[in-house]
Design a protein around this ligand. Sequence first.
Ligand code: ZN
Length: 335
Amino acid sequence: MHTDLGIDTDRLQCNLESRNDDDATADAEQAGKHAGSRTGNQHRHDKARQVHSADCIICCMSEPCIITVAITGSVARKSHNPAVPESVAEQVESTHEAFEAGAALVHYHSRQDDGSPGTVPEKFAEFQERIRKLCPGIIVQFSTGGRSGVGSERGSMLHHRPDMASLSTGSCNFPRSVYENSNELIRELAGKMLEFGIKPEIEVFDLAMLYNAASLVQEGLLTSPLHVQFVLGVKNALPAHRDILEFELEKLAELLPGSTWVAAGIGKSQLEVNSWCLELGGHMRTGLEDNIRLDADALAPSNAALVKRAADLCPEYGRHPASAAEARKILGLMQ
Ligand code: ZN
């Protein structure tokens, strides 16, 4: 469980409250943080405090950060990285390891028996049943993403009532295809999520999608507060630039105040986007769906390894990996 992460939040809070420049650097080095100069690390701390102090009375306390693990996706195959889990048994095992490493939410795509992408409702149901037994409290999020099916098929498993499901609120270009989400389909999927009591995660690949989400709230098809994911680094959509995320966050606060948010960095941007999320008060997503490498030289050996490197970043930013119970509270889900 999460208690074996070795994070003493009381001690961490104390350290943050009494830290000086040397403390900050020593903590960063001791925690084995990503590469960064002393100045760079300290700058991140100062910036984090500025961002939090504007509206957060516990700006210097350790705040929980929900780590989402996107275990499989629709693109990566075992030929790219043998650790990509494709069968339900592999997906359950990989998620369990990731849960032990600090993930509280699993984003799930099914695969066909031959490993190719496809929405197989029975596999969604089997995965959900098995993982709920193995990982008490874990938040299960089904993908309704476009690479796994066409049209209404993308919502054909929602009657299994996961805690959450992804919902893209607009269309954009992908590297080799158009990611098509018509207004009709968006409304159909949102309506099903309402019917089955599923909390959507709004997937924002482009700014218009945020405005569309706000319109859907006004129409009553989405319920506030929303949970929004900003996706950065998909070729032909938005690049992983920090100023883009900051602008999106400004608009989120303006359009949908009270929302929770997460950002996903695709490919080599994954770790850097993880750190932006921690610093700017959001939640993190990692996993082999978005990135199959640890660095330029090495493939990621597992989803758990990617979760661990994200979890290891937390103390530097006064955060800790949210337990499943904390994550449910933050997202307004049943315990
Ligand atoms: Zn996905």
